[in-house]
Design a protein around this ligand. Structure first.
Ligand SMILES: *Cc1c(COP(=O)(O)O)cnc(C)c1O
Length: 457
């Protein structure tokens, strides 16, 4: 059979509400053209993020009923710990309320002012938590990873020669750990090859630097390795994941991604001395080590979800549906980051709207048009998110690229939903020359994309 179907049927439905163009126009104006300020009831297809938006399975809901809410020693914790150990292989596992809490615990124990932490590309919360300790976060993705239209099977790979150079220049004493993000979220959801994990690990071990994997999309990364890397085609995703983590000394995880849960995360390692300090900090900020800021029922949902995310039928459907969206718009001339990533498709808004200069916010214009056209919510990853405003002169500096991300929630939308999104994007693309830019009317000094207000030009 050539047709790849959703490997599930639907037991409980969540209605989504159709709106008229006039209604969306009014909502957009009320939200000052910032889709973060919309009510999600007014959104038809929500592609803002794949984080915490997964649909849980009947097995996860059944496990939730088994959740034991004991303060200490809950069997739900032991089921969670078993699941993490089975896949990740690490001895010490601490639940946290989400990924950034795991990062904060790890980095506040390992990093000192003046330290340097390399990664392929740090995710925003990872970078922020490293910089909060006074250390510096350095991105060392391969050059192909920064070129939107270049096709490469593993655009998330780290540049190992650049890592060697950094270690040589900085000195291993100033590098408390190295991170590797799989898949590379900020780099477009692009995978990291097993050969690269192995090479980074070998380099780190030679210099005595611990390697931690930012594992949020470990299952999607395992699937790309199975599809694209020689020698892995016959291996099961769980075997590939286990091998990947064998090359690492620890991991941080947001269970809101490949944990298929709506909340949760963890930090794991084999380092007994570090684990003792993590346990103390966890008690101070998250909770007792057998619940770590989560309810017992959340631990159960994660324990089941981690294994479901590795099922082949699921991963085939998951990656195929993201690719389907990307290839269908790209084949009609819409410029996207190639190839499509695991969890999201990125449209190059600068290439789509060459008549809108970066400081007139082409990504913001596309985000507003997709909502106006069809009630679709996406997110700008360009000058609004990464550009800077000089606090004194008020002068704006554009971001490095003008992208719009369409993140696909897991197991939530069907192929007809995706077809609808394709149609909407093509409609906007057909009238692209008439689309105008935007300007800021209000912005916060930090993380301005969440609260900024805009006005069409
Ligand atoms: C989401 C994410 C995080 C942070 O996890 P939260 O659960 O949102 O705190 C860290 N790293 C990567 C790569 C992510 O995608």
């Amino acid at each position: 059979m050539k047709t790849i179907i959703e490997p599930f049927r639907i037991k409980s439905v969540e209605p989504i509400r159709m709106t008229t163009t006039a209604e969306r126009e009014a909502r957009l104006r009320q939200a000052s053209y910032n889709v973060f300020l919309l009510r999600s009831d007014d959104v038809l297809i929500d592609l803002l993020t794949d984080s915490g938006t997964s649909a849980m399975s009947s097995n996860q809901w059944a496990a939730i009923m088994r959740g034991d809410e004991s303060y200490a020693g809950s069997p739900s914790f032991y089921r969670f710990e078993d699941a993490v150990r089975d896949i990740f292989g690490f001895t010490y596992v601490f639940p946290t309320h989400q990924g950034r809490a795991a990062e904060r615990i790890l980095f506040s124990l390992k990093c000192r002012p003046g330290d340097v932490v390399p990664s392929n590309t740090h995710f925003d919360t990872t970078r922020a938590n490293i910089e909060f300790t006074g250390a510096k976060a350095v991105d060392l993705v391969i050059p192909e990873g920064l070129q939107p239209s270049t096709v490469h099977p593993f655009k998330g790979n780290m540049d190992v020669a650049a890592l060697e150079r950094l270690i040589g220049e900085t000195g291993r004493d100033r590098i408390p750990l190295c991170m590797l993000t799989v898949t590379n979220n900020s780099g477009g959801g692009q995978p990291v090859s097993m050969a690269n994990v192995r090479a980074v690990s070998e380099t780190c071990r030679r210099h005595g630097i611990p390697l931690y994997i930012d594992a949020c999309r470990f299952a999607e990364n395992a699937w790309f390795i199975k599809q694209r890397e020689q020698g892995y085609g016959e291996k099961r995703p769980i075997e590939i994941a286990r091998e990947m983590f064998r090359y690492a000394d620890g991991a941080t995880m947001s269970a809101k991604k490949d944990g298929l849960a709506n909340i949760g995360g963890f930090v794991a390692s084999n380092d007994a001395e570090l684990a003792q300090r993590e346990r103390n900090l966890l008690i101070l900020t998250e909770g007792f080590p057998t619940y770590g800021g989560l309810a017992g029922r959340d631990l159960e949902a994660i324990a089941v979800g981690l294994h479901e995310a590795l099922e082949e039928d699921y991963l085939l459907y998951r990656i195929t549906s993201t690719t389907y969206l990307g290839t269908h718009i790209a084949s009609q001339g819409v410029p996207i980051v190639q190839p499509p990533g695991g969890h999201a498709v990125y449209i190059d808004a600068a290439a789509m709207f060459p008549h809108i200069p970066p400081l007139q916010l082409p990504g913001q214009a596309l985000v507003a048009e997709l909502y106006r056209e069809a009630g679709i919510r996406s997110v700008e990853i360009g000058t609004v998110m990464f550009g800077r405003r000089d606090p004194v002169s008020g002068e704006e500096t554009p971001g490095p690229m003008e992208l719009v991300r369409l993140a696909i929630p897991r197991r939530v939308y069907t192929q007809s939903h995706v077809d609808y999104v394709v149609e909407a994007i093509l409609n906007v693309h057909a009238r692209r020359e008439a689309v105008r830019g935007y300007r800021f009317v209000e912005q916060a000094p930090f993380l301005r994309h969440f609260s900024a207000r805009f006005e069409p030009l």
